[in-house]
Design a protein around this ligand. Sequence first.
Ligand code: 5GP
Ligand code: MG
Ligand code: MG
Length: 183
Amino acid sequence: MHSDIQDVLISTEDIQAKCRELGAQLTDEYEGKFPLAVGVLKGALPFMSDLLRNIHTHLEMDFMDISSYGNEMRSSGEVKIEKDLDTKVEGRDILIVEDIIDSGLTLSYLMDLFKYRKANSIKLVTLLDKPEGRTVDIKADMAGFEVPNEFVVGYGLDYQERYRNLSYIGILKPEVYGGNDES
Ligand code: 5GP
Ligand code: MG
Ligand code: MG
């Protein structure tokens, strides 16, 4: 375990097992189709990589980078597209792959965008769901794990761009937030 981590909330093994389980469900859902999996950078990258290798249909992948104005720990919902898709959305079956849904603001923006671009269907799969953080009414079609209303890191999720490369989800030691003069 990394020395900045206080507790492991979700182990490497549990994440991998969940990717197999969700992948099997999505294989059934998209049988005979050619979905477009959309990963939201950067946080969704590890999950996207492990999940898609467990989906056994043809699929296409693409990425979006979105920045939301807010502070380190929370998004404000005012979002800006930093990198758009290279792929046309019209008529496609879109699978949005996210790391975590907290307020739901980022996702609600994306759902509206893909509706506006005339997707044939839109599904949302998230590794983590933090239902207590919700400020807009949005629900994932599939969610790996529910997490409490605490700030988590690892497996794509960062604090100041660190910890994305951990293979598990954990909670930072309180002293890691202190002693930082950047904020
Ligand atoms: P939402 O728009 O649903 O509030 O937040 C979505 C984004 O906020 C996530 O994709 C993630 O980047 C960030 N976020 C929300 N909760 C957490 C958390 O507990 N830990 C980390 N590292 N990022 C979070
Ligand atoms: Mg995200
Ligand atoms: Mg972040």
